[in-house]
Design a protein around this ligand. Structure first.
Ligand code: AMP
Ligand code: MG
Length: 321
């Protein structure tokens, strides 16, 4: 890792997350362009405010198609493709359930089962109708809502990387609160921490050495509430409408594009370790790190990164064939 003297760090709070940019020359003007770009995309994609292009689509559900910008259209098209994969745990139309559960927001509680069942009917990804020629999106039923929360940060991290590259930056890092995208190989590699679930933010289970790669983590510990001794976290099972329930505390994906990382963390989180590792066979560019409730760290493979375990209460399992 570079010495602290040579790293210039810039931070902001955007998309409800702390954002960190690291550069190797002092360039506040570039940092403010980066934060401006993130904000522009946030303004297009957010569903946490009344107004955005995605909210325009949601407000017109069951009424009419809405023409959107190319970025919004492309991201929705990509999210729909991931959602209609057979058995996919990813669902861009999960919005009504996310809004009803309010996990991580004030007033979160377990909704009545009958409500969850009726909301499932308006979360079908096939009912998101796209028109490539018009760049329009139509939600065919009233009450439908697109939610890009599982994918937007990945897309934006890649656009920040592209901007930095265009500006001639050869080494840098952007962390959008769980989505890390890196440029270059400062003194050989970047070292990215893997968080210990349900611990203070700076407590790590291990660290990955990567270069020119994205590292994305989805964890049940990121947003959740507890009711009657049970924990309810923010990644929902599109089949049941309840939080995904399996052996995992977190999934991390190492990939070239952060967009892939963001989609695959959800896909793999839903699939679990066995099926997840099967799904990754033949995808040399995408690798997973699973952290289990039973205190194991399982690597699907270790081609694009090197992992170091830092917590000896965890057991490391490397499934590289
Ligand atoms: P991430 O932090 O990338 O795992 O994304 C989590 C966010 O994605 C949640 O806060 C919801 O807004 C949304 N979400 C929850 N469950 C799903 C799902 N099954 N498919 C797609 N998005 C989801
Ligand atoms: Mg994601």
């Amino acid at each position: 890792m570079p010495t602290d003297e040579s790293v210039y760090s810039y931070s902001a709070v955007l998309m409800g997350s702390p954002i960190l940019l690291k550069l190797f020359s002092d360039n506040p003007a570039l940092a403010s362009r980066v934060f401006g770009l993130i904000k522009q995309y946030e303004d297009l994609f957010t569903v946490n405010r009344a107004e955005s292009q995605v909210m325009d689509i949601n407000h017109a559900a069951g009424v009419r198609p809405v023409v959107v910008s190319r970025a919004v259209y492309q991201l929705i098209k990509c999210a729909k493709a991931a959602s209609i994969l057979p058995g996919s745990a990813f669902n861009l139309a999960i919005g009504p359930l996310v809004k009803r559960w309010r996990i991580g927001f004030k007033g979160d509680s377990v909704p009545p089962e009958a409500e969850i069942t009726s909301l499932l009917a308006i979360t079908q990804p096939q009912d998101v109708v796209l028109d490539d020629a018009q760049l329009s999106v139509f939600l065919t039923h009233k009450g439908m809502e697109i939610d890009l929360g599982a994918i937007a940060k990945g897309y934006i991290a890649d656009r920040v990387r592209d901007l930095l590259r265009r500006e001639g930056v050869t080494e840098g890092l952007i962390n959008l609160g769980g989505n890390v995208q890196t440029l270059g190989t400062p003194q050989g590699h970047w070292s990215i921490g893997l968080k210990k679930p349900f611990s203070d933010a700076d407590v790590l289970v291990g660290a990955m050495e990567v270069s020119h790669k994205s590292v994305v983590t989805s964890g049940t510990y990121e947003r959740y509430f507890e009711q009657d001794g049970r924990r309810y976290h923010h990644i929902l099972n599109p089949q049941t409408g309840y939080p995904l329930d399996n052996e995992l505390d977190s999934v991390t994906i190492i990939s070239t594009d952060s967009l892939d990382g963001d989609i695959w963390t959800t896909l793999i989180y839903g699939a679990g370790i066995e099926k997840g590792c099967q799904m990754l066979k033949g995808r040399d560019d995408i690798e997973a790190i699973f952290v289990t409730k039973a205190r194991e760290v399982v690597l699907s493979s270790q081609r694009q990164f090197r992992f170091t375990l830092l917590d000896d209460s965890y057991r490391l399992i490397d499934r590289t064939a």
